[in-house]
Design a protein around this ligand. Sequence first.
Ligand code: BEZ
Ligand code: FE
Length: 295
Amino acid sequence: MQNLNEDTITQAVIAQIADTPDPRLKRILTSLVQHLHGFAREVALSEDEWLAAIQFLTRTGHMCNDKRQEFILLSDTLGLSTLTMAMNNRKPPGCTESTVFGPFHVENAPVFALGADVANGAKGEPCFVSGVIRGIGGEPLPHARIEVWQADEDGYYDVQYAGLDQHQGRGVLFADQDGRYHFRSIVAEPYPIPHDGPVGDMLRATARHPWRPAHLHFMIKREGYQTLITHVFRGGGTYLDSDAVFGVRSTLIADWVRHEPGQAPDGTRMEIPFYTLEYDFVLNPAAGSSRGGRA
Ligand code: BEZ
Ligand code: FE
């Protein structure tokens, strides 16, 4: 294997991978080499451009820490997250659609009783969220685990505040025996994804904005059903047609209804205007479950 040139290098690399014991790894690496080399040939990659790409990826890595995941942002803004999510979450009609996970989920969010205020001090207009977790036939599913997370009115998640020592705008609740859930939080507002790093540079270089339309994140788990990772988007808002991370599904858009001061759904007397949001989720039975699910 000497004197490799632009016509023979691709096959030479693939031949070196040929003995990879794990067949899936072999398939992925072989295809990666083919596409990577094909891409370099197609754009006639210059050495300066190759170096710029190396430097871009290096800066992306350096930007990552336990609070910031620049590679997920890169995947999101290149549409790779939505593509991967869509291929792995094909569902029967009627099920709630999935969308991107995003980088702001945290493990061990606090558990709240139904009706609690998951804002927990996050700034924003009050909002009362409720709905039912259902199966595909419309039947309520008792006791599903519902995790919610959201940004505050300034567009920041709790993890983006240095020194904040409590969770805000996130929590875990369990639906009741009739599949119902309700909690208090704050109104979702549009916000820009972090754009002070290499991903922001890429967005500017390609004349793109960093904004996401207003949304709440949900992750819903129940035994026998496929875990649902999704958002509910705020209808009528900006950026629904230009989400920086390509996450919007029209079936996930809902109305946040504004109310004048008065009695809130949980009986609280509100002295300021407040919002309500009602949204039901339909879970897909897990593949192979006795509920007959299809993935
Ligand atoms: C989010 O919605 O939290 C999010 C998703 C993708 C990139 C950045 C933020
Ligand atoms: Fe978000």
